[in-house]
Design a protein around this ligand. Structure first.
Ligand SMILES: *Cc1c(COP(=O)(O)O)cnc(C)c1O
Length: 374
């Protein structure tokens, strides 16, 4: 029996091992570990890749999002107590960034088709205190449309992108996620499409003042050493991680194309009435397939069956943020679509190192699943 983990970081990084080791040695020999040449080069190369003016490397994806909100507060564009619209179907870090800055999340249901925020109902969620919308390009699918931009313009709202899962994705007119809104936070957690060998993240924006403020806040709140204008934090990217990311950035488009081929193979090969593959709306943006998610009413049985057949699966995510103990104050909210998705989604292995034969095999196993025989 073949064995498949959900994701092997060893296999993911193996093609670049030699280059990564050389880059790590370069940093070790330089004796310079923070705010140096690697970070500067990484920020410049990423700015070219995304076609955006400002890239600020930070310690992780959650900090990238927190720093954006914190910077807007310091700039007077947001105030504690303001409401931020956020998808109910997201990883908890999207919401943590909001509440950590004293802002109030307002959860909006996802579209069943895309699993992203349902942009057609955002306007109903706007109150006199709403100041921003956070969009999350969940699983790697770009979330951007006219509903969103029209509502934001009409109500003078900032748009902040949680780009943690979607580096490299584009809208149908070719613009990359991370450059669509007023600011974006991206994560380079090792399992993300562009993963560091540890924690790292970045803020991207067209706004020079915001970029400067984020950089200052991420360095204790001072732009000059030992002179502090703001109460900041320590959230810098390591030179080592910047060097690792410079190696892997060169291959991200190729890897994302491979992920997309795998996803389309799964779409074509999975044929089981109990398993629903991802749907593709008419005017689809690019999807970089951080996760390949199927839905089933028989999740426990399906996951056990896959496990018994040597194929690991995952759940992204089993409990929506508003039902977490950490957010007791929102536990009584009813967001039935988000809750239903949380009860039905299953993530299959997807990674650039998987071959067509691997995908064929996994699909064949899936097609033999019969919940009545479990
Ligand atoms: C991974 C992730 C984050 C947080 O990034 P970290 O680098 O782990 O802090 C935020 N939002 C989403 C949607 C994520 O998937």
């Amino acid at each position: 029996m073949k064995n498949y983990t959900l994701l092997s970081l060893q296999e993911l990084n193996a093609p670049y091992a030699q280059q990564l080791k050389e880059a790590a040695c370069r940093v070790i020999d330089s004796g310079w570990f923070l705010r140096g040449a690697e970070t500067e080069a990484f920020e410049r190369e990423m700015a070219d890749f995304l076609d955006i003016e400002h890239v600020v490397g930070v310690a992780n994806g959650l900090d990238a999002l927190r720093l954006i909100f914190k910077a807007y507060i310091e700039m007077g564009k947001l105030q504690p107590g303001d409401e931020v619209i956020v998808p109910a179907n997201t990883f908890i870090a999207s919401v943590l960034a909001i509440t950590d800055c004293g802002l109030t999340p307002h959860f909006v249901e996802p579209s069943e088709l895309t699993h992203n925020i349902d942009t057609s109902i955002i306007e109903q969620a706007i109150t006199s205190r709403t100041r921003a919308i956070m969009v999350v390009h969940l699983y790697g699918r770009a979330c951007w449309d006219d509903n969103l931009t029209t509502v934001a313009r009409r109500h003078n709202l900032l748009i902040i992108e949680d780009n943690a899962q979607a580096l490299g994705a584009r809208t149908h007119n070719g613009q990359r996620t991370g450059t669509l809104g007023d600011a974006a936070g991206t994560s380079f957690y090792p399992g993300k499409n562009l993963g560091a060998l540890g924690d790292a993240g970045m803020v991207t924006t067209h706004d020079a003042e915001l970029a400067q403020m984020v950089e200052t806040l991420a360095n204790y709140g001072g732009s000059t050493r030992y002179v502090y204008e703001h109460k900041g934090l320590n959230s810098r990217i390591d030179e080592i991680q910047a060097a690792m990311l410079r190696v892997k950035l060169q291959y991200i488009d190729t890897e994302n194309i491979r992920r997309s081929e795998i996803a389309h193979l799964f779409d074509r090969l999975i044929d089981n009435p109990h398993i629903t593959v991802p749907q593709h709306p008419a005017q689809a943006h690019s999807h970089v397939w951080h996760q390949y998610i199927v839905r089933t009413h028989y999740r426990d049985a399906f996951m056990q069956y896959m496990h018994d057949n040597g194929i690991a699966t995952g759940i992204h995510y089993p409990i929506p943020p508003h039902k977490q103990q950490a957010y007791k104050e929102y536990n009584d909210l009813s967001l039935p679509i988000a809750e239903q998705l949380a009860g039905e989604v299953v993530s299959l292995p997807i990674a650039p190192y998987l071959t067509n034969d691997d995908i064929q095999y996994i699909a064949e196993v899936i097609n033999k699943f019969d919940p009545l025989k479990q």
